[in-house]
Design a protein around this ligand. Sequence first.
Ligand SMILES: *Cc1c(COP(=O)(O)O)cnc(C)c1O
Length: 412
Amino acid sequence: MTTINENFLLLQKNYLFADIARRVNAYRQAHPEADLISLGIGDVTRPLAPAVIEALHRATEEMADGTSFRGYGPEHGYEFLREAIARHDFAPRGITLDTDEIFINDGAKSDTGNFGDILGSGNTICVTDPIYPVYIDSNVMGGRAGVFDGNSWSRITYSPCNEANDFVPALPEHPADLIYLCYPNNPTGTVLGRAELKKWVDYALQNGSIILFDAAYEAYISSPGIPHSIYEIEGAERCAVEFRSYSKTAGFTGLRCGYTVVPKALTVKTTAGEEVSLNQLWNRRQCTKFNGTAYIVQRAAEAIYSPEGRQQVRETIGYYMTNARIMREALAESGFKVRGGTDAPYLWVKTPEGTGSWEFFEQLLTQARIVCTPGVGFGPAGEGYIRLTAFGRRKDCETAMQRLKERTGRQV
Ligand SMILES: *Cc1c(COP(=O)(O)O)cnc(C)c1O
């Protein structure tokens, strides 16, 4: 008789975005004339850079010609892209990577989830809280999360990030084998400095833990001195895997491309005491379960590293970060405590005294016709906050902030 992976039955329904949609729809039905502005979306809105579009056209033409047509490519990605990554994303920061330490994929969500395939089910886990839900749910599927008590999972250690610790997570109180760090952070928009990141690398090296470092928002860092890669920290090549994505960097959310760095120096001991290379294991896993990212998409990603591509991508990021600045300033003027928006396209806004995340969501919806994301949807430590994104259109950001100011004005 067939059985299923019953870990899937343990998954909590992700009510967050369904709940938001339900409440927004109810409001729309009651107020069909209301011009709602969504600042809740985590998707980009600007079109792809011209250099990317040109590369897509060129690669498509190659596919149309029998002499340049490409079928299956290497599972871990074409050398032209891996070389461009090593040369442009890492070498300038003093990090030397061999191209076979870089695995091209169809986005960071897949690999942050899939990486659990090569890790034992007995590993204990630490996440910062609030957090991108994929890390937790993929570990529930892998049988590593334990039981859910309505608030948190028994085998996951949550390291809260809030005002009390200035959004700097403390090292885990219970031993953790797998540590998920996402910096710049979604949803809080905060970053970790070199000294803070070093504490985590040192902890991992001392305890034989692995850090799964999600750097999907690396391109948004503007503050000097903030590490863009975990490999800027000494010893990280022996304890960390890094995930990058072109989704937010270059608007590839619909095209699908990213990459994972698994250094060859990263080894884990088997129960028999034998050192095993995670790079080899991951390569084996990818060769069996993945057949590579589309050739034309990898050419599109390569185009981001051309001088024009870099310039165009910078401009788009600049557009979003100008939105972020406008929003941050307006929120501060309206008396809100805001984090993020300087090194990440997210603003993490503290709700007015004692107001719950969902209660404030309702207030913004009904009083200012703004849709946000309630912070508690990202974990228990998100209660009392909301997330706004800077990925919208400029006009919408400006109108939304104007409404916020008017709303506060009325209240005072
Ligand atoms: C958007 C996002 C990603 C990128 O996911 P893709 O699958 O590459 O589109 C990864 N991590 C976090 C935290 C994100 O917010």
